[in-house]
Design a binder for this molecule. Structure first.
Ligand code: ADP
Ligand code: MG
Length: 551
């Protein structure tokens, strides 16, 4: 084996830098977090070419003393951690003392800074870790850092960068998160000389949401704020109807720092359960305030993934905050159900109804006395034994099969009473008093009326209750509002939007067979996309073209 040697300092720096600086977005994140730590209430971020060639962050924070500037660029140089204790109580955003060192190891960095109490500011320049300028200079209070030519000295890293548009989108996502978690700071983001985000810093979350996520997002929001076992969860969540097809509208913050947390996302899902459709996701901007010693943020170098010492408590805090907010923000009109007049005396039970048609069971003959001229009335049948509910066998089902002729000679035994001889139609022999043989038209009508009244509900009740129909795949029940197909499927009922289903069928077909014919639109259709969607479209223009879309 070769000799073991210490890595040259410059090489070690590059390796360490790789952990912190992955792409322009990670640089911007570190720099803006430094500005926030410096107490700034105005931060401006500018990038060009996705940040790869140029990034600038300007703040009106405390600035750095002239003598301290070179130290700030040294690894493990920080003004934020003094003891081991501090590590576990990370009140400030930056804490590794590595950002400036890492960034300056892989780019050309220029700094201008001035504290309020000094007469002059400082101009400092450092390239690939080597100082190139350090002088007094006239500049406003606060700090400006310019980062040029990221990865100019590490071409291998450069190769991993995506197209400008994707890098810009990633930077924008960082700015979004920071702006949303700091409504009290006015943040401006300029991309290729165009301002794309500007928040007014009025301290109101709703204003920040409006500026960052747009009007559509901010229109359907409900406030949330509650504390469960010492953990406060506050912010905004969307009304269930505003749920979206992706999780892209979910922003979680931990003590005002953007985080990704499976626990929080799960709690959110759980709280919305049964109010959103499958495949739709709630949006939220929620800040979770938790004592610093109950969380470990020092997990991922980019510090967005967090661990909690008490996962369950965090889950519950988020769950109850969302649940409460949903309950309070529920603006659905209340449906008032009028109490029905008590008709129990004139209703048959399903068991009685079944019995009427059931030839297999020995039974007391149901009494049925239709008022032939008016609506049929029914007297409850007094059975001697309690009705037994069992799965209906094939034979029994047939007895209640309404698609068959309703009145069949051998199955129906209904005593309609003695028809008056003079009224009886000629075709009915006098010796046959029941309708089962050849019913008089008037009586059939009454009987049919009764069946019509019952068949609808009874049939479904029978099917739902008595038949073990887990083997039936789909059962089409009907249609509502000329729009939704009602389909029973295993243990659930589906409302299928006909129109959407048709689109889906066409879509599947297109996916399987490819596009054979393309028709150009007379006037183009404008589509509003989120930043990430926009980046995705721009990167996949070829694919879209082969799918028949000219963009
Ligand atoms: P960390 O933020 O972890 O302390 P950094 O390398 O990001 O490490 O910054 C080093 C030090 O430089 C900070 O602790 C801070 O004192 C100073 N500093 C960096 N950026 C700014 C800024 N924008 N305004 C004032 N001080 C800053
Ligand atoms: Mg920092």
């Amino acid at each position: 084996m070769a000799d073991i040697m210490l890595l040259p300092k410059s090489l070690a720096e590059l390796i360490a830098a790789g952990e912190v600086v992955e792409r322009p977005a990670s640089v911007i994140k570190e720099l803006v977090e430094n500005s926030i730590d410096a107490g700034a209430d105005k931060i401006s971020v500018e990038i060009q070419h996705g940040g790869i060639s140029y990034m600038r962050v300007t703040d009106n924070g405390c600035g750095i003393e002239h003598s301290q500037v070179p130290t700030a660029f040294m690894r493990h140089a920080t003004s934020k951690i003094k003891s081991q204790e501090d590590l576990f109580k990370i009140a400030t955003l930056g804490f590794r003392g590595e950002a400036l060192a890492s960034i300056s190891a892989v780019a050309r960095v220029e700094l201008m800074t001035k504290t309020k109490n000094s007469e002059f500011g400082t101009r400092y320049a450092i390239e690939g870790g080597t100082e190139t300028d350090y002088a007094e200079a006239g500049c406003p209070n606060g700090t400006t850092i310019i980062v040029r030519d990221l990865f100019y000295n590490t071409p291998a890293r450069m190769k991993f960068l995506k197209k400008d548009i994707s890098e810009s989108a990633a930077v924008a996502a960082v700015i979004d998160a920071i702006a949303l978690s700091h409504p009290e700071i006015s943040i401006r983001f300029i991309k290729d000389s165009k301002t794309v985000i500007a928040t007014n810093g009025d301290g109101k979350l709703k204003s920040a949401i409006y500026s960052v996520l747009g009007r559509e997002y901010s229109s359907g929001l409900i406030s949330a704020d509650s504390t469960t076992s010492g953990i406060r969860v506050s912010g905004m969540i969307c009304k269930p109807v505003y749920c979206r097809p992706t999780r892209s509208g979910q922003y979680f913050f931990l003590n005002n720092r953007f985080v990704r947390s499976g626990t929080m996302a799960k709690a959110l899902d759980q709280a919305y359960k049964n109010t959103v459709m499958v495949g739709k996701f709630p949006s939220c901007v929620l800040n979770v305030e938790i004592p610093f010693d109950r969380v470990d943020v020092n997990v991922h170098p980019a510090k967005t993934e967090v661990r909690f010492s008490d996962d369950k408590a965090v889950f519950e805090a988020v769950y109850y905050a969302v649940k409460n907010a949903l309950a309070q923000g529920d603006t659905r009109p209340e449906l008032e159900l009028k109490k029905r007049p008590d008709t129990s005396a004139t209703r048959m039970t399903t068991a009685e109804f079944r019995q009427m048609f059931d030839t297999t069971a020995s039974k007391p003959e149901p009494r049925f006395e239709p008022a032939l001229t008016t609506k049929p009335t029914f007297e409850p049948v007094k059975t001697t034994t309690a009705p037994v509910f069992e799965p209906v066998s094939a034979k029994k089902t047939a007895a209640a099969d309404f698609s068959k002729p309703l009145i069949s000679n051998e199955t129906v035994h209904i005593n309609l009473g003695e028809p008056k001889k003079e009224e009886a139609p000629k075709s009915v022999p006098k010796s046959e008093p029941t309708i089962s043989q050849n019913p008089p038209p008037a009586k059939t009508t009454a009987f049919e009326q009764m069946l019509n009244a019952f068949s609808d509900t009874a049939e479904r009740y029978e099917t739902a209750t008595f038949i073990d129909d887990t083997e039936i795949e789909f059962r089409y029940i009907g249609e509502a509002f000329k729009t939704y197909l009602l389909v029973q499927y295993k243990g659930s009922i589906w409302f299928i939007d006909k129109h959407a289903a048709h689109e889906r069928i066409l879509y599947n077909k297109l996916k399987a067979e490819g596009v054979t014919e393309v028709q150009t639109l007379l006037s183009p259709v404008a589509v509003t996309l989120s930043r990430n969607e926009y980046a995705a479209v721009c990167e996949n223009l070829e694919l879209l073209k082969t799918s028949g879309f000219e963009v």
